[in-house]
Ligand binder design. Structure first.
Ligand SMILES: Nc1ncnc2c1ncn2[C@@H]1O[C@H](COP(=O)(O)OP(=O)(O)O)[C@@H](O)[C@H]1O
Ligand SMILES: [Mg+2]
Length: 261
């Protein structure tokens, strides 16, 4: 059973220099309970794919065709109310830049509380309990302090843990992780990947995992789609794609990883 089914998705930007088509007719399905990887070089259209799923492409960008079925319902034709129900709740996203996800003028606790009550109004003491529970799930050691901290008081890794807590707080059916460790140093990156792996297993989450790094994809993903210049050039079981790549672009991408190792 597929939780998400993307069909012939196209995104276009009308720029002063002409029309750009950064997503050019892509298709993929994410099964319930699987971690589905999307890999490709910087600029190939990964983030725009994620933003399309949440219908967050802003002008001059627009989705010009396709459908995105979430539990069988097309997100691209939903009304605003159904969309609000999905964004940050049934589907939530962790961004590449932990800094950009939080508002600098509010505490971490306040922002996660808001994310919860926006979908589920409840008493303040009750929501605080839930926030604390998710900060602990994200293995934040000093959760009481972090609750009261402003974003700038946290290290990059801690901020990313807080964002993971926020993304999980509404028990999403689909979690989108857009290069969740790219902005972090290597040691922190390994710790956050461990954390994500554990949470995904424990909660049996369905995940779209975006990365430019085949090493991370190999560790995290059941299946993977390889994206190049707005098109998906190859997809399949991660082991198969890595062990026996077919497309020249996939082969080149894998060679570049080997060259670094
Ligand atoms: N506002 C915009 N106007 C024009 N082109 C854009 C805009 N935003 C993104 N793009 C183009 O879309 C392409 C895909 O971007 P993105 O999805 O962010 O790539 P990725 O996440 O794979 O690095 C890029 O080549 C970028 O230049
Ligand atoms: Mg990106």
């Amino acid at each position: 059973m597929d939780i998400l089914s993307v069909k012939d998705l196209r995104v276009q930007f009308d720029t002063p220099y002409g029309v750009v088509r950064p997503i050019d007719g892509i298709n993929f399905d994410i099964r319930k309970g699987e971690v589905f990887g999307l890999i490709g070089e910087s600029g190939c259209g990964k983030t725009l794919t994620a933003l399309s799923i949440l219908r967050l492409i802003s002008p001059p960008g627009k989705i010009t065709s396709g459908s995105i079925l979430f539990n069988g319902k097309d997100i691209l034709v939903m009304n605003e109310k159904s969309l609000r129900d999905i964004r940050g709740s049934k589907i939530s996203m962790v961004f590449q830049e932990p800094a950009s996800a939080f508002n600098p003028v509010f505490t971490i606790g306040y922002q996660i509380s808001e994310a919860i009550t926006a979908h589920n109004p409840m008493a303040a003491w009750k929501v605080k309990d839930i926030v604390m529970k998710f900060l602990r799930k994200a293995q934040i050691p000093d959760s009481h302090k972090v609750y009261a901290d402003y974003p700038h008081q946290l290290s990059g890794g801690m901020k990313q843990r807080a964002m993971i807590a926020m993304a999980l707080a509404n028990s999403p059916q689909l979690l989108i992780l857009d290069e969740p460790t790219t902005a972090l140093d290597v040691t922190t990156q390994a710790q956050i990947l461990e954390l994500l792996e554990e949470i995904i297993k424990r909660e049996n989450l369905s995940v779209l995992f975006i990365s430019h790094d085949f090493g991370i994809i190999a560790k995290m993903c059941d299946r993977v789609a390889v994206m190049n210049k707005g098109k998906i050039v190859e997809f399949g079981d991660t082991k198969m794609v890595i062990g026996r790549p077919k497309d020249p672009y996939t082969i080149a991408l894998l060679e570049s990883v080997k060259a670094l190792a």
